[in-house]
Design a protein around this ligand. Structure first.
Ligand code: PMP
Length: 282
Protein backbone atom coordinates (compact mmCIF):
# COMPACT_ATOMS: atom_id res chain seq x y z
CA UNK A 1 0.00 0.00 0.00
CA UNK A 2 1.06 3.58 -0.53
CA UNK A 3 -0.06 6.97 0.71
CA UNK A 4 0.52 9.45 -2.12
CA UNK A 5 -0.22 13.14 -1.59
CA UNK A 6 -3.15 12.43 0.70
CA UNK A 7 -4.63 9.26 -0.79
CA UNK A 8 -4.05 5.60 0.06
CA UNK A 9 -3.73 3.43 -3.06
CA UNK A 10 -2.02 0.14 -3.96
CA UNK A 11 1.73 0.79 -4.41
CA UNK A 12 1.56 -0.77 -7.88
CA UNK A 13 -0.80 2.04 -8.96
CA UNK A 14 1.14 4.89 -7.38
CA UNK A 15 3.32 6.90 -9.72
CA UNK A 16 5.19 10.19 -9.94
CA UNK A 17 6.24 12.10 -13.03
CA UNK A 18 9.45 11.32 -14.93
CA UNK A 19 10.06 15.07 -14.58
CA UNK A 20 10.11 14.86 -10.79
CA UNK A 21 13.44 16.30 -9.62
CA UNK A 22 13.66 13.60 -6.98
CA UNK A 23 14.05 11.13 -9.82
CA UNK A 24 16.10 13.36 -12.12
CA UNK A 25 18.53 14.75 -9.53
CA UNK A 26 18.03 12.96 -6.21
CA UNK A 27 16.47 16.23 -5.07
CA UNK A 28 14.50 15.09 -2.06
CA UNK A 29 14.63 13.68 1.44
CA UNK A 30 13.37 10.51 3.06
CA UNK A 31 13.04 8.44 6.20
CA UNK A 32 13.00 4.70 6.85
CA UNK A 33 10.83 3.88 9.84
CA UNK A 34 9.70 0.65 11.53
CA UNK A 35 6.54 -0.24 13.38
CA UNK A 36 6.24 -3.04 15.90
CA UNK A 37 2.90 -4.40 17.12
CA UNK A 38 1.14 -1.64 15.19
CA UNK A 39 3.09 1.09 16.99
CA UNK A 40 5.54 3.30 15.10
CA UNK A 41 8.98 3.36 16.72
CA UNK A 42 10.50 6.82 17.31
CA UNK A 43 8.23 8.55 14.81
CA UNK A 44 8.77 11.99 16.37
CA UNK A 45 12.56 11.61 15.93
CA UNK A 46 12.17 10.50 12.31
CA UNK A 47 9.85 13.40 11.52
CA UNK A 48 12.23 15.86 13.17
CA UNK A 49 15.11 14.58 11.00
CA UNK A 50 12.90 14.71 7.90
CA UNK A 51 11.86 18.30 8.56
CA UNK A 52 15.45 19.31 9.34
CA UNK A 53 16.71 17.73 6.10
CA UNK A 54 13.89 19.41 4.14
CA UNK A 55 14.74 22.76 5.72
CA UNK A 56 18.35 22.58 4.54
CA UNK A 57 17.10 21.83 1.02
CA UNK A 58 14.53 24.66 1.33
CA UNK A 59 11.93 22.11 0.39
CA UNK A 60 8.54 23.46 1.44
CA UNK A 61 6.79 20.58 3.17
CA UNK A 62 3.14 20.44 2.10
CA UNK A 63 2.14 18.56 5.28
CA UNK A 64 2.99 19.17 8.90
CA UNK A 65 4.13 16.59 11.45
CA UNK A 66 0.61 15.88 12.72
CA UNK A 67 -0.68 15.28 9.22
CA UNK A 68 2.23 12.94 8.42
CA UNK A 69 1.69 11.11 11.71
CA UNK A 70 -1.98 10.59 10.84
CA UNK A 71 -1.09 9.52 7.30
CA UNK A 72 1.43 6.98 8.58
CA UNK A 73 -1.06 5.52 11.04
CA UNK A 74 -3.81 5.38 8.40
CA UNK A 75 -1.46 3.44 6.11
CA UNK A 76 -0.56 0.98 8.88
CA UNK A 77 -4.26 0.49 9.64
CA UNK A 78 -4.96 -0.08 5.94
CA UNK A 79 -2.24 -2.69 5.48
CA UNK A 80 -3.26 -4.63 8.60
CA UNK A 81 0.25 -5.80 9.44
CA UNK A 82 1.49 -5.66 13.02
CA UNK A 83 5.15 -5.25 12.06
CA UNK A 84 6.65 -3.60 9.03
CA UNK A 85 8.84 -0.98 7.44
CA UNK A 86 7.73 2.42 6.20
CA UNK A 87 9.49 4.59 3.65
CA UNK A 88 8.49 8.26 3.80
CA UNK A 89 9.76 10.23 0.81
CA UNK A 90 9.46 13.89 -0.11
CA UNK A 91 10.66 14.90 -3.56
CA UNK A 92 11.08 18.36 -5.04
CA UNK A 93 8.27 17.54 -7.44
CA UNK A 94 7.77 18.02 -11.14
CA UNK A 95 9.58 20.79 -13.01
CA UNK A 96 11.41 21.60 -16.22
CA UNK A 97 14.42 19.49 -17.14
CA UNK A 98 17.07 21.85 -15.70
CA UNK A 99 18.15 21.39 -12.12
CA UNK A 100 17.00 24.77 -10.80
CA UNK A 101 14.47 23.88 -8.10
CA UNK A 102 12.53 27.15 -8.25
CA UNK A 103 10.01 26.11 -10.92
CA UNK A 104 9.07 22.98 -8.94
CA UNK A 105 6.01 24.11 -7.04
CA UNK A 106 4.46 20.88 -5.74
CA UNK A 107 6.64 18.50 -3.76
CA UNK A 108 5.47 14.91 -3.93
CA UNK A 109 5.03 13.14 -0.63
CA UNK A 110 4.59 9.41 -0.48
CA UNK A 111 4.70 6.79 2.20
CA UNK A 112 5.20 3.15 1.28
CA UNK A 113 4.64 0.30 3.68
CA UNK A 114 6.35 -3.03 3.19
CA UNK A 115 8.72 -5.52 4.71
CA UNK A 116 12.47 -4.96 4.71
CA UNK A 117 15.04 -7.52 5.62
CA UNK A 118 18.49 -5.95 5.31
CA UNK A 119 20.20 -9.28 5.91
CA UNK A 120 18.82 -12.79 6.30
CA UNK A 121 18.37 -14.49 9.68
CA UNK A 122 21.37 -16.71 8.95
CA UNK A 123 23.63 -13.63 8.73
CA UNK A 124 22.17 -12.21 11.94
CA UNK A 125 23.07 -15.50 13.64
CA UNK A 126 26.57 -16.04 12.23
CA UNK A 127 27.45 -12.33 12.09
CA UNK A 128 28.00 -10.15 9.03
CA UNK A 129 31.11 -10.31 6.89
CA UNK A 130 32.05 -6.70 6.35
CA UNK A 131 34.58 -4.97 4.11
CA UNK A 132 35.96 -1.47 4.18
CA UNK A 133 35.06 0.06 0.82
CA UNK A 134 37.40 2.12 -1.28
CA UNK A 135 34.47 4.46 -2.00
CA UNK A 136 34.58 7.26 0.55
CA UNK A 137 31.73 8.92 2.41
CA UNK A 138 31.09 12.49 1.24
CA UNK A 139 32.39 15.00 3.75
CA UNK A 140 30.26 17.62 5.46
CA UNK A 141 31.83 20.22 3.15
CA UNK A 142 30.23 18.36 0.23
CA UNK A 143 26.92 17.25 1.73
CA UNK A 144 26.33 17.35 5.47
CA UNK A 145 25.93 13.71 6.57
CA UNK A 146 23.01 14.69 8.80
CA UNK A 147 20.87 15.43 5.74
CA UNK A 148 19.01 12.25 4.86
CA UNK A 149 18.66 12.97 1.17
CA UNK A 150 17.97 10.82 -1.86
CA UNK A 151 21.73 10.91 -2.68
CA UNK A 152 22.90 7.38 -1.90
CA UNK A 153 25.13 6.71 -4.89
CA UNK A 154 28.41 6.41 -3.03
CA UNK A 155 26.70 4.14 -0.50
CA UNK A 156 25.46 2.00 -3.38
CA UNK A 157 28.96 1.90 -4.90
CA UNK A 158 30.32 0.80 -1.52
CA UNK A 159 27.64 -1.86 -1.26
CA UNK A 160 28.57 -3.08 -4.76
CA UNK A 161 32.15 -3.49 -3.57
CA UNK A 162 30.83 -5.67 -0.74
CA UNK A 163 28.87 -7.75 -3.25
CA UNK A 164 31.95 -8.29 -5.43
CA UNK A 165 33.97 -9.28 -2.35
CA UNK A 166 31.29 -11.76 -1.26
CA UNK A 167 30.68 -9.72 1.90
CA UNK A 168 27.39 -8.74 3.50
CA UNK A 169 27.98 -5.05 4.10
CA UNK A 170 30.50 -2.28 3.40
CA UNK A 171 31.87 0.36 5.73
CA UNK A 172 32.74 3.75 4.29
CA UNK A 173 35.66 5.84 5.51
CA UNK A 174 35.72 9.61 5.38
CA UNK A 175 38.23 11.57 3.28
CA UNK A 176 40.76 11.40 6.15
CA UNK A 177 40.57 7.60 6.22
CA UNK A 178 38.60 7.34 9.46
CA UNK A 179 35.47 5.24 9.90
CA UNK A 180 32.25 7.02 8.92
CA UNK A 181 29.45 4.43 8.75
CA UNK A 182 28.05 1.43 6.91
CA UNK A 183 26.22 1.74 3.60
CA UNK A 184 22.90 1.95 5.45
CA UNK A 185 23.83 1.72 9.11
CA UNK A 186 26.02 3.08 11.89
CA UNK A 187 29.00 1.24 13.33
CA UNK A 188 29.87 0.41 16.95
CA UNK A 189 32.84 -1.44 18.41
CA UNK A 190 33.52 -2.72 21.90
CA UNK A 191 37.05 -2.46 23.23
CA UNK A 192 38.09 -3.30 26.80
CA UNK A 193 34.44 -3.24 27.88
CA UNK A 194 33.77 0.21 26.39
CA UNK A 195 31.35 0.94 23.58
CA UNK A 196 32.78 3.25 20.88
CA UNK A 197 31.18 4.84 17.83
CA UNK A 198 32.42 7.58 15.48
CA UNK A 199 31.01 11.08 16.06
CA UNK A 200 28.51 12.21 13.43
CA UNK A 201 31.00 14.87 12.32
CA UNK A 202 33.21 12.04 11.00
CA UNK A 203 30.60 11.49 8.28
CA UNK A 204 27.86 9.38 9.83
CA UNK A 205 24.15 9.89 9.62
CA UNK A 206 22.84 10.83 13.06
CA UNK A 207 21.13 7.46 13.24
CA UNK A 208 18.07 7.16 15.41
CA UNK A 209 19.00 3.58 16.27
CA UNK A 210 22.54 4.80 17.01
CA UNK A 211 21.17 7.28 19.56
CA UNK A 212 18.84 4.63 20.99
CA UNK A 213 21.80 2.28 21.51
CA UNK A 214 23.81 5.08 23.18
CA UNK A 215 20.85 5.75 25.51
CA UNK A 216 20.46 2.04 26.28
CA UNK A 217 24.19 1.71 26.99
CA UNK A 218 23.93 4.60 29.47
CA UNK A 219 20.91 2.99 31.11
CA UNK A 220 22.79 -0.32 31.39
CA UNK A 221 25.92 1.35 32.80
CA UNK A 222 27.97 0.40 29.74
CA UNK A 223 30.52 3.14 29.15
CA UNK A 224 29.96 4.65 25.70
CA UNK A 225 32.13 7.17 23.90
CA UNK A 226 31.88 8.94 20.54
CA UNK A 227 35.46 8.83 19.26
CA UNK A 228 37.17 8.82 15.87
CA UNK A 229 37.95 5.27 14.75
CA UNK A 230 40.45 3.99 12.21
CA UNK A 231 40.22 0.68 10.32
CA UNK A 232 42.72 -0.58 12.94
CA UNK A 233 40.04 -0.14 15.62
CA UNK A 234 37.61 -2.29 13.66
CA UNK A 235 40.16 -5.03 12.93
CA UNK A 236 41.19 -5.27 16.58
CA UNK A 237 37.74 -4.76 18.18
CA UNK A 238 36.55 -7.20 20.84
CA UNK A 239 33.02 -6.86 19.45
CA UNK A 240 31.54 -4.96 16.54
CA UNK A 241 27.98 -4.38 15.36
CA UNK A 242 25.90 -2.30 12.96
CA UNK A 243 22.73 -0.41 13.79
CA UNK A 244 19.89 1.07 11.76
CA UNK A 245 16.15 1.13 11.47
CA UNK A 246 16.28 -1.44 8.68
CA UNK A 247 19.31 -3.27 10.06
CA UNK A 248 18.16 -3.13 13.70
CA UNK A 249 21.29 -4.58 15.34
CA UNK A 250 23.57 -6.84 13.28
CA UNK A 251 26.65 -8.43 14.89
CA UNK A 252 29.79 -8.27 12.77
CA UNK A 253 31.85 -11.46 12.36
CA UNK A 254 34.78 -10.11 10.36
CA UNK A 255 36.16 -6.94 8.80
CA UNK A 256 38.30 -7.34 5.68
CA UNK A 257 38.89 -10.96 6.68
CA UNK A 258 40.03 -10.13 10.23
CA UNK A 259 37.78 -12.08 12.57
CA UNK A 260 36.17 -10.13 15.38
CA UNK A 261 37.25 -11.84 18.62
CA UNK A 262 33.74 -12.01 20.08
CA UNK A 263 31.10 -11.90 17.38
CA UNK A 264 27.75 -11.27 19.11
CA UNK A 265 29.66 -11.01 22.40
CA UNK A 266 28.30 -10.11 25.80
CA UNK A 267 27.78 -6.37 25.30
CA UNK A 268 26.31 -6.82 21.81
CA UNK A 269 23.85 -9.35 23.22
CA UNK A 270 22.85 -7.15 26.16
CA UNK A 271 22.20 -4.18 23.90
CA UNK A 272 20.44 -6.30 21.32
CA UNK A 273 18.12 -7.71 23.98
CA UNK A 274 17.44 -4.25 25.42
CA UNK A 275 16.72 -2.91 21.92
CA UNK A 276 14.26 -5.72 21.22
CA UNK A 277 12.48 -5.06 24.51
CA UNK A 278 12.25 -1.34 23.77
CA UNK A 279 10.84 -1.80 20.27
CA UNK A 280 8.48 -4.54 21.37
CA UNK A 281 9.92 -6.96 18.79
CA UNK A 282 9.80 -10.52 20.09
N1 PMP B 1 23.57 5.54 7.95
C1 PMP B 1 22.94 5.50 6.77
C2 PMP B 1 23.70 5.92 5.55
C3 PMP B 1 21.61 5.07 6.68
O1 PMP B 1 21.00 5.04 5.49
C4 PMP B 1 20.95 4.65 7.84
C5 PMP B 1 19.53 4.15 7.75
N2 PMP B 1 18.61 5.18 7.85
C6 PMP B 1 21.63 4.72 9.06
C7 PMP B 1 22.94 5.17 9.09
C8 PMP B 1 20.95 4.35 10.35
O2 PMP B 1 20.04 5.36 10.74
P1 PMP B 1 18.72 5.05 11.54
O3 PMP B 1 19.14 4.33 12.78
O4 PMP B 1 18.13 6.39 11.83
O5 PMP B 1 17.85 4.22 10.69
Amino acid sequence: MCWLNGTIIPASEASVSVLDHGLLYGDGVFEGIRFYNGKVFKLAEHLQRLFDSAKILQLAMPYNGQQLTRATQALIDACQWSNGYIRLVVTRGQGPMGLDPRPCHSPNVFIIVGQLSVVGDDIRKRGAKVIIASTRRLGADGLDPRIKSLNYLNHILARMEANVAGADEAILLNAAGRVAEGSADNVFVVRHGELLTPPVIEGALAGITRQTIIDLANALNISCKEVALAPYDLYTADECFLTGTGAELIPVASVDGREISHCNGEITQRLSEAYKQLTGAS
